[in-house]
Design a protein around this ligand. Structure first.
Ligand SMILES: [Zn+2]
Length: 279
């Protein structure tokens, strides 16, 4: 797995030349930029896709935490409800699996938000999550929750939010941030990441990738991956015209269920292996 190493990138650009040491050639800056670009190429777990992500995993965590505080401010939490215990248990098992694919420890955290009208859930870059009570009638049980949260954790582990930020903000801004020369509004970057990671619709590729990662993660966590197909059928039959928020940010495609069914043999093999390994 190739991962961005921000410290190396930062020092190669910002560290002053040693006194009496080598001369600093302007070319060094160019070389550093090339190196930063190369080190920003990451390999997505499960799918093996190569992606260009300007932010480091540490920055995913920092900006994700900023965005989380903003998004939870004033939100009615339902963490004392019995369903919250199930959410935490499912997430804990998925996180145990997902963390193995992330080279630094994420600050995983989940809250249940008391909002029966909102059929939604998300996971920010860096691992901060929320589940709205409105999605619980669709998830129905632990396996259904594992479908949704496996998918959301898939977005975070695949770095989709930071990848989009890299694309939308431009390489220059992201590199300035990585190199510590960014002079803009830090909080605004967090908000931007939240919008890109949660509010705006994902692209088709990112949705398919999150589906694929989520399916494998739920299987590895010991949840029957066949529940994913059932969940999506339920979601389709329970949604009227326009669909709920989770669908509006997660565009439904006619091929989604077919794709999941095609990936089931691999997921079922992982599921059987996970069951055999559990005491
Ligand atoms: Zn999604």
């Amino acid at each position: 797995m190739q991962r961005t190493e921000p410290a190396r990138t930062r020092s190669s650009v910002a560290r002053p030349a040693p006194r009496g040491g080598r001369r600093v050639y302007p070319m060094r800056v160019g070389v550093a930029l090339v190196l930063a670009t190369l080190t920003a190429c990451v390999t997505t777990p499960i799918t093996g896709r190569k992606a260009f992500v300007g932010l480091s995993l540490e920055q995913d965590k920092e900006l994700g935490a900023k965005a989380y505080a903003e998004m939870l401010a004033g939100a009615p939490l339902a963490d004392q409800k019995p369903q919250a215990a199930q959410v935490r248990k499912v997430v804990e098992r998925l996180v145990e699996v997902a963390q193995k694919d992330v080279s630094i420890p994420f600050d995983w955290e989940v809250h249940l938000i008391d909002d029966p009208q909102t059929v939604n859930a998300w996971c920010l870059p860096g691992g901060k999550m929320a589940v709205y009570t409105g999605i619980l009638p669709v998830t129905q049980d632990a396996a259904g929750l594992a479908v949704v949260m496996g998918h959301e954790i898939g977005h975070a582990v695949a770095r989709h939010g930071s990848e989009r930020m890299t694309q939308s903000s431009g390489v220059d801004l992201v590199l300035a941030y990585v190199n510590g020369t960014y002079g803009g509004d830090y909080a605004a970057l967090g908000s931007q990441l939240a919008a890109l990671a949660v509010i705006l619709p994902w692209g088709r590729m990112q949705e398919s990738e999150a589906d694929e990662i989520g399916l494998i993660y739920m299987a590895r966590a010991g949840y029957d991956p066949r529940a994913a197909v059932e969940f999506w059928k339920r979601m389709q039959s329970m949604t009227g015209s326009g669909g709920p928020e989770w669908l509006s940010t997660h565009p439904s495609h006619a091929t989604r269920i077919a794709d999941l069914e095609a990936q089931l043999p691999r997921a079922l093999a992982e599921y059987e292996a996970a069951k055999a390994a559990r005491p």
